[in-house]
Structures are given as C-alpha cells and as structure tokens.
Design a binder for this molecule. Sequence first.
Ligand SMILES: [Zn+2]
Length: 208
Amino acid sequence: MINMCYIVGLIIKRRKAERPQFGGVNKMNSNYFGVEFDDVNTDDGGHKWSQICKSCVEQSHVPNEMIRDPGSGICGVDGCSNEADYYIDFPDSLEIGFFPDRIMVKNLAHLKRLLADKGQFIFVEHQKVECIGQLRKGNVIQTNGLYSIRPDAMDSKESNWNQGKGSWMDYGKASLWKFKDGICSRYKDTKRSKEDLVFSFFVLPKTN
Ligand SMILES: [Zn+2]
C-alpha cells in the first residue's frame, strides 16, 4: 500500500521545484527578517517575493507591510509545508538578500558592545517603513545611544542627518528591549506589546 505521506511529500517537492530559482543561486536558506525562507522568487522587475502561511507570520518578525493576501502554493518558510495564506514582498532596498547568519544578542549590554565594535545591523521592522531592510552601522557611539549611517548608501538622508553624524538611536532602559533569536526589538514602553514596537533589527557577524 502506498503511504499517503510519501505522496504528499512528492507533491510538495514538485511544487517547490517548479518555481524559478532566486537570482540563479541554488537556494539553500535565505534568511529574511530572521526567518529562513527556502523559496524566494524574483519577478521580471527584479523584486523578490515568496509566500507564507498564517502561522509562520504569527511566529515571525515579518513586518505586516510586506504581507499581501491572498497567496497560494506551499509556504516558503524553510521546514514548513502548510498551504500559504499570503504573498510576501521583500523590500527592494534589501540588496544583500542573504543573511546566512546573525549574532544571538543576549541583552542590551551585549548589543552595546557589538555596535561599539563596528557591528552592522539590519532593520527588520521599523515605524518608518522605508527603514525596513536598511543596513546600518554605528558612526558616533555614545553610552546612551548611537548615530548610525548606511554604509551602502552614504548619500542617503539617514547617513547625513544631524550634521553628518547619522540618524540617532536612543538605547533607553534595558526593560524597553526584547532579545529573541538574534532579533533585537526596542519598544516605546516596558509593557513591550506589539503595538509599541519602535524597531527591530539583527546584528550581522563581523566579516573581517
Ligand atoms: Zn508556514
């Protein structure tokens, strides 16, 4: 007797394989916004997209602005074989595309050390939607916060705010932060509810 799981597995494999490969790279895992996607596509305009199921949206830090419904096919999140509920558009500013790794930041003191030591970070959520996907790097480091610039966009307004120091990020108290799975989230108040999120980012491992 043929095992049903085997058949379902075959169907899933076939449906994933039918989609075009991302940027000609044989995708292993593409880490977007702290979520591993194994199925990222590029449309004719060069915009990257995938599809995602409800439960993966709920468990992840994927910004709501990126979600479009309805979506179909198999969820593009690695290890998930649910039917997708939405399409997900990745920001075009996200040139880097792949984040194979990120530092598992433990607490605010750890984060401050990393950023003072030239750590680069990428916003995965931000109240200013245009900041989502931006790569940042500390330029002027203070104990209470830092001015960050965009190393890949030195002409941008973010790199030039505050007389060229960059855009200001205030650390605030440790109780305004949450650190989970390498995602560093800063909230407006200590209740740290989703509505009070100011921004989230993750820190890239040092390359040199
Ligand atoms: Zn899923």
